[in-house]
Design a protein around this ligand. Structure first.
Ligand code: AP5
Length: 268
């Protein structure tokens, strides 16, 4: 997909005062997804691949904070400045700040192409707030994809990561290198290394994940939404596995609804 066709997500990245140039295509079955998994497991990479195939908009909370840190036209409030400090240290931004940001952008949950939440929710409090908000707006998640990978491989992935400042495309110096070192293949923007990819911040992020975010796996399993995917192998293989599991889930859901309708008619 050319950069011109890529949804620009400005309403997500800069807040509701900005409007997306080009709304996502209207999808027949728009996916409403949450991606779960430790930092560096490959959520952003998979969200990008899913976005290109399904057109569902990639909504990353980390990207919102990084955009605010790098662009003077984005939110520069004291709460946002404090959030950037938490982020640099590898700690979670307080739920209240994150939730304020999500509420301001809740229109993005109605995106006609669907959405892929990446990096949110990250605590049980955030997950419960999201559920309440979606219930109150007549929205329901299609699935929650949980990616799993041993910590040693995660550290290697984060150390070699490079990110495009403009389109947020993600590369790896050896596993997924750009065609020209340090430059984005899609927009020819300069690639950079994230501040929180320093070893001491990585350690804090992995510990924080285990403590605060891993419990969400059980939360979404209990809601019948969890789809587990091993994050080993090439990004394309993991993507195909994700898509196959999501499609088979969709088929099962459609069959379940058809049966429920048949049973309703029988009982009349
Ligand atoms: P965020 O931006 O969400 O970062 P993260 O969750 O730590 O996840 P990453 O973006 O680091 O990793 P990823 O899983 O997306 O992996 P990627 O695809 O890049 O959050 C950053 C910070 O913001 C948080 O620490 C926190 O402070 C704050 N924050 C954000 N949301 C918050 C919230 N809801 N509540 C509180 N605080 C919040 O891949 C990694 C590397 O591996 C890349 O180089 C990639 O090319 C490579 N790679 C990917 N797949 C493969 C593969 N299959 N094989 C080999 N290499 C691969």
């Amino acid at each position: 997909m050319s950069p011109q066709n890529k949804p620009d997500r400005v309403a997500w990245l800069q807040g509701p005062a900005a409007r997306c140039d080009e709304p996502s295509d209207v999808a027949q079955f728009p996916w409403k997804l949450v991606l779960l998994g430790a930092p560096g497991v490959g959520k952003g990479t998979q969200a990008d691949l899913l976005n290109r195939r399904t057109r569902a908009c990639h909504l990353s909370t980390g990207d919102v904070f990084r955009a605010a840190g790098s662009r003077p036209d984005c939110d520069q409030s004291p709460a946002m400045q404090a959030a950037l400090g938490y982020m640099r240290r590898g700690e979670l931004v307080p739920d209240s700040t994150v939730w304020e940001m999500i509420q301001e952008r809740s229109e993005c949950l109605h995106c006609t192409g669907g959405f892929i939440l990446d990096g949110f929710p990250r605590t049980l409090g955030q997950a419960e707030s999201l559920k309440q908000l979606m219930d109150s707006q007549g929205l329901a998640l299609s699935a929650v994809v949980s990616y799993e990978l041993p910590a040693s491989e995660i550290v290697e992935r984060l150390g070699g990561r490079r990110t495009c400042g403009k389109y947020k495309a993600v590369y790896h110096v050896t596993e997924r290198p750009p065609k020209r070192a340090d430059w984005c293949d899609r927009c020819e923007g300069r690639l950079f290394q994230r501040e929180d990819d320093r070893p001491e911040a990585i350690k804090v992020r992995l510990e924080t994940y285990e403590r605060s975010t891993a419990p969400l796996i059980e939360f979404y399993k209990n809601l019948g939404l969890l789809v587990e995917v091993a994050a080993k192998g090439s990004p394309d293989d993991i993507f195909e596995d994700t898509l196959a599991k999501l499609e088979s889930r969709r088929v099962r859901e459609v069959a379940r609804k058809v049966w429920a309708t048949v049973e309703d008619h029988r009982s009349l």
